[in-house]
Design a protein around this ligand. Structure first.
Ligand code: XBP
Ligand code: MG
Length: 251
């Protein structure tokens, strides 16, 4: 059984529920500001999450419905405004971490497990979340922040996970990914990683057939936190007994 040496975290939907009240609201603010008659409802945005990446999401929605084309520069400009609005929302402290996230991060860091981020999100949006929801000390505690356009192909392509592992010099067999979505899980899986999925309102009906483990959220159990971490250390997700995970996961 391979030793767990590294945990790679997805961001949106995994570290925090950022999509509905963060990204979606920020997209709508940017559309409104630019005079675009476009407002993404909670339900519509759920469908659009199938397209990863904010610029790609705008492009998809325009291409599927509109009579006019929007040049890339205009999409990039809209997205830059959206990112600015998102960062303001995050700075207002509106988006807390998901349950159990801080605990697992702190325990893993204290135990010397390498921690990194592999996300589709724009780097400055990730920085805002770290600064305001996690705490600025985490800029140093994450050994790699792999984000956004740093790779050509976004999730479900494996590139962002492969990039992070290359930067860290860790191998897939010693690494676990934490994800929340079908595209995220597929990306981790394609990179050869085991993956624990913590679903949320937008992703609980996604197809996770073949995923290693799918739970509702990380737990906040009583008891010795080091034991909790040990469960992850020795975790062979392909053969895991759910009882081993009871301490760290809510099903
Ligand atoms: C989810 C995404 C992102 C965000 C929006 O990323 O697809 O595109 O919805 O962020 P992940 P940007 O779950 O991999 O963190 O607008 O900055 O792209
Ligand atoms: Mg996600």
């Amino acid at each position: 059984m391979a030793e767990l040496k590294c945990i790679l975290w997805d961001v949106d939907g995994t570290l925090a529920d950022t999509e509905r009240d963060g990204h979606r609201v920020a997209f709508n603010m940017a559309f409104d500001e630019a005079g675009h008659k476009r407002e993404w409802s909670v339900a519509t945005y759920g469908e659009l999450l199938a397209v990863t990446g904010g610029k790609e999401r705008i492009r998809f929605d325009i291409d599927r419905g509109d009579m006019h084309e929007m040049p890339f520069e205009e999409i990039a400009g809209l997205h830059a405004r959206k990112t600015a609005h998102y960062e303001t929302l995050i700075a207002e402290g509106r988006i807390p971490l998901r349950p159990g996230v801080r605990r697992l991060l702190e325990e893993a860091y204290a135990a010397g497990i390498t921690l990194g981020v592999s996300t589709t999100t724009t780097p400055s949006a990730l920085d805002a979340l770290i600064e305001h929801s996690l705490g600025p000390e985490w800029f140093d505690r994450f050994a790699v922040l792999a984000a956004g356009d740093i790779v050509a192909a976004k999730k479900p392509a494996p590139d962002i996970y492969t990039y992070a592992m290359d930067q860290l010099g860790v191998s897939a067999e010693n690494t676990i990914a934490l994800e929340d979505s079908e595209n995220g899980w597929k990306s981790a899986h394609a990179a050869g990683l085991k993956c624990v999925v913590t679903v949320n309102d937008y992703t609980r009906d996604h197809d996770f057939t073949g995923a290693d483990l799918v739970v509702s959220e990380l737990g906040e159990p009583d008891g010795d936190a080091v034991d909790v971490l040990q469960d992850l250390h020795t975790l062979d997700v392909h053969h895991v007994k759910l009882s081993h995970l009871k301490a760290i996961m809510h099903d």
